[in-house]
Design a protein around this ligand. Structure first.
Ligand code: SF4
Ligand code: SF4
Length: 152
């Protein structure tokens, strides 16, 4: 494993970790050396120490994607039509999915997700850390998310 120094949410948000080719290479080497089980144990240990409500950096910096089911569920919750949700707040990013027009996410209120129970699938899965994720994506997320940043 690359290091054992823990970076708090605050230090992290102050820009303690920066994207570099070296970071990507380090992550690549770690991925080669570690088995999936050990990696997931490390992810669980780090996740336990991080308070997402003190961070919310992913909701501020990344643009969430919405699949068809997300759009149905969330527009129903907002009591607007799918079309209204799609035209007011989202833009198409592929044939099957749309994404929010701008960051930070409009559902972020007081540093918390205001639609947490019905949030998009992609938000439920973030941060996706496993050996199948490529080192570039992990390095990009390692400078946004203190969980990824502390795992690698
Ligand atoms: S929907 Fe919620 S969890 Fe997803 S980016 Fe927006 S505020 Fe964050
Ligand atoms: S998932 Fe990562 S970036 Fe998002 S709030 Fe939690 S620690 Fe912060």
């Amino acid at each position: 494993m690359a290091k054992n120094v823990f970076i708090s949410e605050k230090e992290f948000l102050d820009g303690k970790k920066v994207f570099s080719k070296e970071l990507q290479e380090e992550i690549s080497k770690t991925l080669e050396a570690i088995d999936e089980n050990t990696l997931q144990k490390r992810v669980a240990q780090v996740t336990e120490k991080i308070d997402c409500t003190a961070c919310a950096n992913c909701c501020k910096k990344l643009i969430p994607g919405f699949n068809d089911e997300d759009i149905n569920r969330i527009s129903k919750h907002l009591q607007i039509t799918r079309k209204e949700f799609l035209t007011q707040d989202l833009k198409k990013n592929s044939e099957k999915t749309s994404e929010m027009k701008l960051a930070p996410c409009l559902f972020l209120k007081d540093n918390k997700c205001s639609i947490y129970e019905i949030r998009p699938d992609v938000c439920r899965k973030y941060p996706r850390i496993n050996k199948k994720v490529n080192s570039y994506d992990l390095a990009s997320n390692a400078v946004i998310c203190p969980i990824v940043g502390n795992v690698f």
